[in-house]
Each structure stands twice: as structure tokens, then as C-alpha cells.
Design a protein around this ligand. Structure first.
Ligand code: CP
Length: 319
């Protein structure tokens, strides 16, 4: 049968609400596999997946690897620092050489926006975007949606504010596409220097003060200040940023409702988020990480062309 998501997962912008819901519905029963004593089902036995990470990653790389292994795929991690990329080999040559060894899927993280699409147009294997520059990070967006859906039941009408460095954030873009497609209301909040000039085109509300965002939102998705991507002085200082936009317990105590706190990680503790909040009762940050494995299993399963019969992938294996 034809794959319900098409050949590749490059972003959430071009997925329909039905396709996003299908991924989330497929992820739900797959979560249970990770709770078993033997965390493995034979669904992707015989498939070979290459994880090609040109940028640092902890959560995404490791959870893709767990997802692949729990579905019984064979996995290879290419550490670009130790590969022929350092000798000047191009991205496409690298991928074509991997394909000559008969691989089936490539998971790619790259510093350049559009790198995943560029590759997908040039190789036969399925390509999954694990974060490309400031463009999209679709599996992060999906795991955020799953976490919110578990908390709220439905996203329709829920208010989610993305706080912080939206300018450099692929997570923000994937969240905005995914949340709006599933009927949530979306806002952004941060210093104007860290919001894209065209942010209004996304149809989101803009808050200049974090107190307004806390008053409005059911959930805050707090972004990391991406200091490594900042080429200019976007903020006066980290201390000043924390004072004006940092999410603290004192600020949350003034919220009119129980507010959910998310963060894609890695966290700059004491900058965008205080430790008391990151580790406190409002935080679902580790639920996001747990959901990351299930969502990535669902994406691999669906891209491999498996029928979206929800229980099918979770069957088999030993408990
Ligand atoms: N959220 C996220 O992408 O984290 P990593 O950079 O550690 O993969």
C-alpha cells in the first residue's frame, strides 16, 4: 500500500490535520512498547536506517535510535566529525554512497534550512528531517502536540504561547504549523529582536510582556536562547533576559489557571526557565522526551508504508 505520509517527513507545514492526527494516534499504542521488559517488536526487521547528524543532539538522535531499535530496524549512526564530510565530501555524495550499501531511510539533522528537502529530492530512501537550520523540526513539533493532547484531550481551542527565541527556532515553526492545523490558538512572546519580522503572517497573537502570555495561555512552550546562532546583540544580557522574560515560580503563581510548561531542551537553566519551574509540578518536559520515542516510532512505521492499523505495530515481541 502507498505510505500514508508520502516518501519523506520534512516538516509539518505541508501535512494535513488528518496526517498529523494519524501520526499521534499511531504513537499512542507504541508508547506501551517502551514500558515492556523486552522493548522490541519485529515490525521493521530487515530495514536499515542511517542517522546522519551534522549538528549536536542528545534527545533527537538518541530517541530516533531507540525508536529504530525498538522496531527491530538495523541502525547506523554517522558521526560527521569522523566521516569523509571532514574531507569535503558533499551531503548528496555521502547519502548516495550510503544508498549504494542498500539503506532504506535517512534521518538527517543539518545546520542549513532546506537540507532535508535537498536530500529527499536526490535520493530514493525515505528522509526524515531531525531539524534543519531555522526551518522545521517536525518530530519535535509532533511530540509537543502529543504531550499537549495527552494533557488536554483535544487541542481545539486550547491556547499555547511560544516564549523566547522564536527567530532562530525550528521548533517554533513546527509547533505553529501543527498547533494551528489541530485547532489550537497560538501566540508568541519575546523581545521583538527575537521574533521574525514576518511573524504576523503566521496568524499568531503577539505578546510583548510575559505576564500577558501567562494570563492568556493554557500552556507555555519555552524556547532555548540559541546563543550559538546569534550573530548580533539580540538581547542586552542573559540576566536582563531572565528578569524580563524568564519563567519563574513567582510569575506562574499569578497565572489565573493551571498552566502547562514545556521546553524542547536543552534548557538554559536560570535564563529562559528557572530550575524550580523546570523540575516543578507544572512541567511536562520529561513527558515530552518519553513521547519523542513513541512519535519517532510512529513516523518510521508510517513512512515504511505500514497500514495505519493502530494496534498492529504494538503486537508481537515479548512482554
Ligand atoms: N529538542 C532537541 O532537538 O534536542 P536535541 O538538540 O538534544 O536533539
Amino acid at each position: 500500500m502507498s505510505a500514508p505520509l508520502g516518501k519523506d517527513l520534512l516538516g509539518l507545514e505541508h501535512l494535513s490535520a488528518e496526517q498529523i492526527t494519524l501520526i499521534l494516534d499511531t504513537a499512542e499504542p507504541l508508547r506501551e512498547i517502551s514500558e515492556r521488559a523486552i522493548k522490541k517488536v519485529p515490525t521493521l526487521r530487515g530495514a536499515t536506517v542511517v542517522n546522519l547528524f551534522f549538528e549536536a543532539s542528545t534527545r533527537t538522535r538518541i530517541s530516533f535510535e531507540f525508536a529504530e531499535k525498538r522496531l527491530s530496524a538495523d541502525t547506523v549512526n554517522v558521526a560527521t566529525a569522523a566521516s569523509s564530510v571532514t574531507k569535503g565530501e558533499t551531503l548528496v555524495d555521502t547519502a548516495k554512497n550510503l544508498e549504494a550499501m542498500r539503506i532504506d531511510m535517512v534521518v538527517i539533522r543539518h545546520a542549513s534550512s532546506g537540507a532535508a528537502q535537498f536530500l529527499a529530492e536526490r535520493i530514493e530512501s525515505n528522509v526524515i528531517n531531525a531539524g534543519d537550520g531555522t526551518h522545521e523540526h517536525p518530530t519535535q513539533g509532533l511530540l509537543d502536540l502529543l504531550t499537549l493532547r495527552q494533557r488536554f484531550g483535544s487541542l481545539a481551542g486550547r491556547r499555547v504561547c511560544i516564549v523566547g527565541d522564536v527567530l532562530h527556532s525550528r521548533v517554533a515553526r513546527s509547533n505553529i504549523w501543527g498547533l494551528t492545523k489541530l485547532g489550537a490558538e497560538v501566540a508568541v512572546c519575546g523581545p521583538r529582536s527575537l521574533l521574525p519580522t514576518a511573524i504576523g503572517d503566521f496568524g499568531v497573537t503577539i505578546f510583548d510582556r510575559v505576564e500577558q502570555a501567562i494570563e492568556w495561555a493554557d500552556a507555555l512552550n519555552v524556547l532555548r536562547l540559541q546563543l550559538e546562532r546569534m550573530t548580533a546583540g539580540y538581547i542586552p544580557s542573559l540576566r536582563e533576559y531572565n528578569r524580563v522574560f524568564g519563567i519563574s515560580r513567582e510569575r506562574l503563581e499569578r497565572a489565573p489557571r493551571d498552566i502547562v510548561i514545556m521546553h524542547p531542551g536543552p534548557i538554559n537553566r536560570g535564563v529562559e526557565l528557572d530550575s524550580e519551574v523546570a523540575d516543578g509540578p507544572h512541567s511536562v518536559i520529561l513527558d515530552q522526551v518519553t513521547n519523542g520515542v513513541a512519535v519517532r516510532m510512529a513516523v518510521l512505521y508510517l513512512l515504511a508504508g505500514h497500514a495505519p492499523a493502530l494496534a498492529e505495530a504494538a503486537k508481537g515481541g515479548e512482554r
